[in-house]
Design a protein around this ligand. Sequence first.
Ligand code: GDP
Ligand code: MG
Length: 444
Amino acid sequence: MGSWLGTVRGVLPRRVTIGVTGLARSGKTALLTSIAANLLAAGAGLPTLPALTVRLGGRPLGVRLAAAGAEGMPRFPAEDTLAALVRDPPAWPERTRNVSLLALDLTIGTPAPLPDRRVRVEFLDYPGEWLLDLPLLGQSFAGWSAQVLRRLEKLPQAHDFLGFVAALPAGAGRDEALARAGHRLYAALLVALRAEGRALLQPGRFLLAPEGAVPPWMEFFPFPGSGPLAGLLRQRFAAYCAAVRKDLRDPAFGRVDAVAVLADLLGALHRGEAAFADAAAALGEAGRAVRGRGPGGMPAWLAGLFGLGLRRVAFVATKADHVAARQRGNLAALAGSLAVERGAPAAAHRASFAVAAVRCTEDVVWTLEGHPVSAVRGRRRGDDRPGRSWPGEVPARTPGAEFWAHPFLDLPDFEPLRPPLGGRGGVPHVALDALLAFLLEDVL
Ligand SMILES: Nc1nc2c(ncn2[C@@H]2O[C@H](COP(=O)(O)OP(=O)(O)O)[C@@H](O)[C@H]2O)c(=O)[nH]1
Ligand SMILES: [Mg+2]
């Protein structure tokens, strides 16, 4: 077992913080809900997390939700999100917007005369959109603008916004109404692109604004000019970056020991080549952000978010219950190969997983034109009976043209399987135990 950075050998950590990040709808809320329910059930002696049980090797485990005390970080509403899953019919937990923390107190039995070990394990729900803001910190307004405008040129959806920018003279005046109009067009474009499954969208806080009234410095957009309007937008870009840096100084981020980067890769495969390329790029940005080296050698303190002390990075393809067990190895390999291709950290312990935090399906074998096919069976929301689904073969690495010639089939909106014992028996999952065993390895 490795000792943690900053701890004397043999002295085990008292507190471990694990960042859970990914774009909206990548499955963060589902994952935290399942972690809470399954760890609590494991603490009650139920066999919900076999890989952890193996790691514990017979030592008893106690788990309870930690008291919030007077901390500044909002708590993840684990009881409410689990309540949704045990409703009849089961429902998905509602969206959460801001950073929140799931804190659990673990007690790990130790043979006498040593005292039992107590560890506080914290999971930090961190929006991936905000992670995509980290690369901005290493860029100038002019450099960022040029990069974004180049990327937009190829997109027909960007026509209106690009037309607006093109119509502005390079030396346009310092006009707040113009800045606002441009910002609105640009923000609307980001929302439209996201609706089409695009992922690499910056600034991230335009898509997921922090709570409260929108400050004036949010109102900027990429602009190549050099006159007074460009000056105003540059100042606002700088203020935005300063706000991002200020967020990063939250003490919770400084002590992140491990990170799980979540991505809905099956959804990206379904949406097609462009959406997939974008998801891969976003995963790469996230990987670089947690490594602490952005494009252009971002200094490590900027990535203080998940910087110093970060020992473990897991790349997690979520919603893996859409495909049968035989495809999940490829799905995990795909997440891993994307992370490597895009330059994710090599120094930290790194692994990739295909996980379903909240399992909706069972594996079945289905005979298709005389051949057995591994498929899954689940109940689509609103249907009264379960049906079979077979989305297609999952590639183990970035697929080539031949893959995109045949569409990756639809991913039904499944209803979660009913959690046993009204939630006290954990939440059915796929490979959550392997992910937890990796993230918590230094604790167990
Ligand atoms: N089949 C399946 N769907 C999932 C799973 N996890 C999440 N989803 C779906 O993805 C949606 C978004 O998940 P959520 O956890 O809210 O994502 P977040 O925005 O990252 O917090 C859910 O409402 C479900 O429809 C899973 O393990 N299996
Ligand atoms: Mg959420």
